[in-house]
Design a protein around this ligand. Sequence first.
Ligand code: CTP
Ligand code: C5P
Length: 337
Amino acid sequence: QGDTKKPIRVWCDGCYDMCHFGHANSLRQAKAMGDYLVVGVHSDAEISKHKGPPVFCEEERYKMVRAIKWVDEVVEAAPYVTTPEILDKHGCEFCVHGDDITMTAEGIDTYHIVKSAGRYKECKRTQGVSTTDLVGRMLLMTKTHHKQKYSVSKEETGEIGVDSSTRSPWTGVSQFLPTTQKILQFSAGKEPNPGDRIVYVAGAFDLFHVGHVDFLEIAAAQGDYVIVGLHHDQDVNRYKGANFPIMNLHERVLSVLACKYVSEVVIGAPYAVTADLMDHFKVDVVCHGTTVVMPDTDGESPYAEPLRRGKFKLINSGSGMTTKTIVDRIIAHRLEF
Ligand code: CTP
Ligand code: C5P
């Protein structure tokens, strides 16, 4: 008795719709206030009642929150108004929420009870990212969808490497200010151990979603250390088409770093997985999902080198979700959101 301190259990709750790095950052701060983080996620019915239907269904939202590395436990269908009873039921001392007020349909602060019970703590809301903002970027797509052709001239490419946010018509809309501090806070900060099997995957990972989570979970099972190479905005734009990516490179870095299956991220990876890259990271296996592999600018497969080395593996995530699915969902339901 005495010396062994009881672990502090912390409670967070929310909709976590279109789960983004702002949500992840609030969970990171909450976890730092204790030892064990329990996250209550509201059901579709509850959200519809208070603020309108969510973009993602509850099963998708539960999965996304479970994949965030600071989350120890998810409580499904948590009540919209947080009570001391729910905190007690899960052994949590207090709850944590961002410094913005959340209201019920009746206009009542959803945290008023725990606030007066002295069981409420605040974390800093992440500026420049929200579900509303992301939906806005996607709706912006419909307006100029067929008019705007995004292209990059030779003289401009030098600049793109310096600031990836300036070239894409949509990612330039971002209000988020990326800092090295944020990357540091999100990073696992761990190098591979000697003998670790290194898995490398590359992609856009735009609007990080359940398909990515399913894919990364299986990729992580192929080894001990997962490196995700994120393509530059202009590469994503080349192979995904005129309006992509929705999130710029910096935003995609944080989204991917927040995932528990990811050990390290390459910020702007070459489109082709080169011999240099494989040697540098001592890659044992390169994985790709069942989505189409777009050829490089020279017409070759970006996976030619790992294929040559017998170090390429196709993975079936079992998920049909793509960034395009999300955009289509939002455009189809734009009047409801
Ligand atoms: N949150 C945050 N920074 C953001 C967005 C959300 O810190 N940019 C925090 C909220 O303060 C809350 C938690 O994430 O503590 C869960 O938020 P949620 O209920 O899902 O909704 P919103 O606050 O409405 O987030 P959004 O506007 O992005 O939907
Ligand atoms: O499309 P994107 O580049 O973001 O995909 C990153 C990786 O995730 C790719 O290997 C892709 O095949 C995989 N993926 C998947 N299942 C999905 C969506 C993506 O396996 N539903």
